[in-house]
Design a protein around this ligand. Structure first.
Ligand code: IDP
Ligand code: MG
Length: 145
């Protein structure tokens, strides 16, 4: 526990719906501060590499097509227990199974077009943050304290 960082992505459906402000507001309310952010339209290679752990799954091809269908907002969130906290605020992968008040319950379209990504462990968070951000692009809130 303690202060952690996690990778968050607002997926193309979130941008298409025009709800990035609403989503970031939920993160901030829960103590998850964006310390890095960049919009990116992922290439097929970038999306395949990012989701490589799922490459044998039946939904992999569709997932890559969806993630490359438009721009996404890549962010690093920092806060107390950020990895689990973000997963809690996101809700379950399938919006039909997500708890009330979660981002996926309120905004997601389907188990695939589920609006947000969040790292699922300290190891994946480290790898996923490094996949998209250099250290010099991350601005922790130390300057504000
Ligand atoms: P997570 O995003 O909640 O960690 P994962 O199991 O890691 O869920 O799956 C990665 C992404 O792949 C999901 O967020 C979703 O976009 C997509 N996905 C997962 N399971 C399915 C499925 O059964 N059908 C279609 N897409 C899926
Ligand atoms: Mg996952």
């Amino acid at each position: 526990m303690g202060i952690e960082r996690t990778l968050s992505i607002i997926k193309p459906d979130g941008l298409q719906k025009g709800i990035i402000g609403k989503i970031i507001s939920r993160f901030e309310k829960e103590g998850l501060k964006p310390v890095a952010a960049r919009m990116a339209w992922l290439s097929q290679k970038e999306a395949e590499g990012f989701y490589a752990v799922h490459r044998e799954r039946p939904f992999f091809k569709d997932l890559v097509a969806f993630m490359t269908s438009g721009p996404a907002l890549l962010m690093v969130l920092e806060g107390e227990n950020a990895i689990a906290k973000n997963r809690e605020v996101m809700g379950a992968t399938d919006p039909a199974k997500a708890a009330a008040g979660t981002i996926r319950k309120d905004f997601a379209t389907s188990v695939e077009k589920n609006t947000v990504h969040g790292s699922d462990s300290p190891e994946t968070a480290k790898g996923e943050i490094a996949y998209f951000f250099r250290d010099t692009e991350i601005f922790p809130y130390a300057w504000a304290r």
